[in-house]
Ligand binder design. Structure first.
Ligand code: NAD
Length: 542
């Protein structure tokens, strides 16, 4: 076709309510039954070919040990090596596809997800990752649909970015993909991130090897199948469940490694970056490294804060999805003048929270993701109970008899440098430090200095001067900064997400900034009337 097509202008996918009697509630319940009964047999997919190694791991619902949902074939070494070859091969063609054809694949994927497959993805996310209906809806439906549609829009803006020309000369920028393959390594906690990390580079013409998280493989597999249905050609994204250390070892050692798109813990990201540094002389180029990692996200209240709004933000911010959002509030700083009211309000809500099987829609919380996480959280809570400087204000219990359940917990720590005020523990535990109201400015410094992270943070105040002071003092303390709002729930296209310091490279997933990392522009200068004489005018006789 000849013509410059308009890209449909994206709008954020509306969040469905799942209220009793709604059609979406009925279709989600049906999908839960279907996904729960299916026992998917999940292979690796390389170059469009499904490969079943026979060495399988079970996917088990975190809230019900008895519920095996799928078995996943772990990629063996030959499969891992073939995934690299397949990606490099597929890119030879994919890199030359017209933008509108690539865009159509991902726009179609967005529409399939918004309609026919919405409840399949939600159900897989609920059962496999223990999300409630609402938490699944905002993740595996809305956020992932938004990533797909907004990225196409941002990509168009990149392609429109063209240089000036001068008389007789036409300058152009060719926004090429990277040369080689991109390795996407995805976390368990958001199906949307699982989907975005491989598709964002692929949209820009890259080919990808995608290693999903072992505990999110079920939803990630269904999304991969959806991409195939949307018309993604074989080999452009290769799906490679397997041993993360072995897969990473093979991929990072390959000459064709052109980029890494990672979301997960800080320690793993740092080990990946180190290995890339050690292998630098093997690579054909300098791999682009994008990583969004851990956080120790704060809520800070000024004495002028609205105690009711603050307490709700603490409860939603700390306990939704069992505190397993990278943005979840896990440390709070409350002035002594507000503490009694905020504590009582928060405790009343915590005591009201229901936790259990996510298929029971009355529950606000499900289980934490796996045995390792459960054990770590239980140990932290046990230590906190014994610590004389810590008061267990609410919760504190953990029970793994049917699933990995950890109570929503509010701790109060005397020492602002107490371990749970500094370390990311990734569970439903909020530790509060109560400061003397007169020490607001010192507390700002404390918040900024505590721990290595800078992902999200929230400040509550009615006093405008206090907000201005906090804005300046905490400018580098969070990549996503909230005023009188909880620090979670970033929306694609509205609050581009990512943090700095030890929290990552801050390339803002789902924004133009992230997509820029997946292109390597070529400047083209074309001269219409090239000179025909090597001499310049100044060389003439006087
Ligand atoms: P994780 O680091 O355990 O795992 C992330 C991915 O890395 C998984 O695919 C895993 O299999 C793989 N992996 C694990 N060990 C590896 C190794 N040694 N070498 C190579 N790959 C390895 O993280 P997780 O538990 O899946 O996710 C939770 C973490 O992710 C938290 O720290 C959270 O803050 C972070 N997170 C950050 C953001 C953000 O945008 N900043 C978003 C979501 C999650």
């Amino acid at each position: 076709m000849s013509g410059t097509p308009n890209i449909p202008h994206p709008i954020n996918e509306p969040v469905l309510s799942y209220a009793p009697g709604s059609p979406e509630r009925a279709s989600l319940k049906a999908a839960l039954g279907q996904v729960g009964a299916e026992r998917a047999d999940i292979p690796a997919v390389v170059g469009g070919r499904e490969i079943r190694s026979g060495a399988t791991h079970d996917v088990v619902a975190p809230h019900c040990h008895r519920r095996v949902l799928a078995k996943v074939h772990q990629a063996d070494r030959a499969t891992i090596e073939s995934a690299v070859r397949s990606a490099v091969e597929a890119q030879r063609d994919w890199a030359h596809w017209r933008f509108e054809d690539r865009a159509a694949v991902f726009l179609r994927a967005g529409d399939l997800l918004a309609t026919r497959h919405r409840q399949l993805l939600n159900a897989a996310t609920m059962l496999g990752q223990s999300k409630t209906a609402f938490q699944a809806e905002i993740d595996s439906a809305c956020e992932l649909i938004d990533f797909l549609r907004f990225n196409v829009h941002f990509a168009e803006r990149i392609y429109r970015e063209q240089p000036e020309s001068s008389p007789g000369v036409w300058n152009r920028l060719d926004h090429r993909p990277l040369e080689g393959f991109v390795y996407a390594i995805t976390p368990f906690n958001f199906t949307a991130i699982g989907g975005n990390l491989p598709t964002a580079p692929a949209l820009m013409g890259n080919a990808v090897v995608w290693k999903p998280s072992a505990t999110a493989t079920l939803s990630n597999w269904h999304f991969f199948k959806l991409l195939e249905e949307a018309g993604l050609p074989p080999g452009v994204i290769n799906f490679l469940p397997g041993d993360s250390i072995e897969v990473t070892q093979v991929l990072l050692a390959d000459r064709h490694l052109a980029g890494i798109h990672f979301t997960g813990s800080t320690a793993v990201f740092q080990s990946i970056w180190r290995t890339v540094g050690e292998h630098l002389d093997r690579y054909a180029g300098y791999p682009r490294i994008v990583g969004e990692t851990g956080g120790k996200d704060f809520i800070l209240a000024h004495p002028s804060a609205d105690a009711e709004a603050l307490a709700v933000a603490m409860v939603r911010g700390a306990y939704e999805y069992q505190g397993q959002k990278c943005s979840a509030a896990s440390r709070a700083y409350i002035p002594d003048t507000l503490w009694p009211e905020v504590r009582d309000r928060a405790v009343a809500m915590i005591e009201d929270i229901r936790m259990g099987d996510v298929a029971d829609f009355r529950n606000f919380m499900g289980a934490v993701i796996d045995r390792r996480s459960f054990g770590r959280l239980r140990d932290h809570l046990e230590r906190a109970r014994k610590d004389s400087g810590v008061e267990v204000v609410a919760g504190g219990g953990a029970d793994d008899s049917t699933g990995y359940f950890v109570q929503p917990t509010l701790l109060k720590a005397e020492d602002p440098a107490y371990r749970l005020m500094c370390e990311e523990i990734f569970g439903p535990v909020l530790t509060a430090h109560v400061y003397p109201a007169a020490r607001w400015s010192e507390t700002l410094e404390l918040v900024d200095r505590t721990g290595p992270y800078a992902l999200t943070g929230a400040v509550f105040a009615r006093d405008r001067t206090a907000l201005a002071e906090a804005d300046r003092a905490l400018r580098f303390a969070a990549g996503n900064y909230y005023v009188n709002d909880k620090p979670t729930g970033a929306v694609v296209g509205q609050q581009p997400f990512g943090g700095a310091r030890a929290s990552g490279t801050n390339d803002k997933a789902g924004s133009i900034l992230n997509l820029l990392r997946w292109v390597s522009p070529r400047s083209i200068k074309e001269t219409f009337t090239p000179p025909r004489d090597y001499r310049y005018p100044f060389m003439g006789e006087a």
